[in-house]
Design a protein around this ligand. Structure first.
Ligand code: SF4
Ligand code: SF4
Length: 178
């Protein structure tokens, strides 16, 4: 609310009412986006994220998948309000997005998040419809996993590494030659 008021008062002098309204809407969207991003952080993950930012680093995914299929049987799912903890919320998501009906609840982890297994996973650990897997399957693992307090399964072929972003290195090198 404070941010909205300050944007309002700053731009009222230079823009017409519609532009002001648009700016406020944009700022609301930014706040909602920001909140939905931070609502997925665990306390430890958030501290880790801040520590990386302070040192000018980011998290990079390394390695590759060797196809053990274990991550299709031990899954946490994230909704618009963060990682799922309640069965009712999951049911609501399935009602809205039936493609998530492939997941079944198997329990809860130590942080109280629901654990799921995918019914598309075969006994051999492969996906029974690999071409039509969900975006979350295609994008796994993302660095947000670490910030949410999650971890890779032991023996997974992927890893995470703290790196200096290319943009930052590039800017530093540009400064040297100018
Ligand atoms: S646990 Fe890791 S190595 Fe195994 S299938 Fe999943 S991503 Fe691949
Ligand atoms: S859809 Fe396929 S890749 Fe995705 S969790 Fe299920 S079995 Fe794994």
């Amino acid at each position: 609310m404070v941010e909205e008021r300050s944007i309002d008062s700053v731009i009222l002098h230079t823009m017409d009412a519609r532009a002001v309204q648009w700016k406020i809407m944009k700022s609301k969207e930014a706040l909602i986006r920001c909140w939905s991003q931070f609502s997925t952080f665990s306390l430890q993950g958030f501290c880790h994220y801040l520590w990386l930012k302070i040192r000018g680093k980011s998290m990079m995914v390394t390695g590759s998948c060797h196809g053990c299929g274990r991550c299709c049987k031990e899954i946490c799912l994230e909704g618009s309000e963060g990682w799922l903890r309640s069965e009712e919320r999951f049911q609501w998501i399935v009602d809205m997005f039936p493609e998530y009906g492939r997941f079944t609840i198997t329990g809860k982890d130590s942080q109280g998040y629901l654990l799921f297994s995918c019914t598309w996973s075969t006994e051999q650990g492969t996906c029974s419809d690999y071409e039509n897997r969900l975006p979350l399957c295609r994008n796994y693992p993302e660095s947000s996993l670490i910030f949410a307090g999650g971890r890779l399964l032991s023996g997974c072929g992927y890893g995470f590494a703290e790196v200096v972003p290319f943009k930052k290195v590039f800017r530093q090198e540009l400064k040297k030659i100018r």
